[in-house]
Write a protein that binds this ligand. Sequence first.
Ligand code: UD1
Length: 354
Amino acid sequence: MTILHVVGARPNFMKAAPVLRALRARLEVRQVLVHTGQHYDANMSGTFFDQLGLPLPDHNLEVGSGSHAKQTAEVMTRFEPVLLAERPDMVLVYGDVNSTVAASVVATKLGIPVGHVEAGLRSFDRAMPEEINRLLTDQISNVLFTPSVDGDVNLLREGVAPEKIWLVGNVMIDTLIRLLPQAREPSVPNLPAEFVLVTLHRPSNVDDPYMLEALVRALARTSRTLPVIFPVHPRTRQKIAQFGLQEAARGLFLTEPLGYLEFLWLQSHAAVVVTDSGGIQEETTYLRVPCLTMRTTTERPITIEIGTNVLVGTDTARMEQEIGKVLGNQGPRGAIPPLWDGHAGERIAAALVG
Ligand code: UD1
């Protein structure tokens, strides 16, 4: 049996690693790893392969950046011949990035079954590119692996047959549990001991000059109370330069994007995390570190209902208030959701191969 995994962007890598590891123990399975090349910088891709212990990809499609249509189309065009050559019995896709939907469309049209890992999440906001990717991928996938029960509820409401849905838990947390003992302090000079950790890269926050300026100024004010560490995504770095916000950002501790182990260390030591990422809402919930999400919706409601996440919206004054609350120990304490236990990858392997 051949299982072909498709990864493309940074958040895919930590989700695929536990599934590859669990399937490695099944001797009857041949695994093929395809990297679309959606993320290509060493600090967005190569470092993660090393630190997560992922094998080198068997194929790299090197699609790079572009508009959504161009990037998605490039993945489709370049993935098709690989599939025709490898003829896997199943294609596994991860998360909600452009590479996820592109690969699932190509495989489905060639009659190859698709399994979607991290299925069923919904923000109910179709202005988010990821929401479109999630909806389309789930509709055409044959097997849907959900991280939490809200995923099952969403899929059933959309008419997905119950026998296709497997509640397996959170693969990203598998990786976190495995690698937390190896988390290491980033080798950045003058790293403060107590800090606020920030990541921002969603188009809704960083592509709008007024929003990005408001965020940077509010974070600079926060940094007068507690240092703010901000590893900057390439998209955000470009926008800070384009909108002339370097001066406004001067009080912040800006770094390049960090490796998985270094970022995990920062998350586990942060007083509070401010983010617009999806995965970080989950990781902070597991770590029980307060998380403030600068978005109006989340596809991960369980991190609010059970975990440490607060959906702040886009009001930066509210963000500053919430930071104050958390630092005064008034943030949610949180608990760990069911099946976020380090064994989701094994449950996927068992569902696929027995
Ligand atoms: C993508 C995903 C998003 C995910 C994020 C994590 C989609 C629609 N979006 O967003 O869901 O949360 O990855 O990082 O798939 N760039 C580089 N080097 C790289 C990669 C990107 O410089 O290695 C720059 C390019 O200028 C590019 C921009 O970042 O145009 C955005 O990259 P892209 O892959 O289009 O989307 P992300 O914002 O990274």
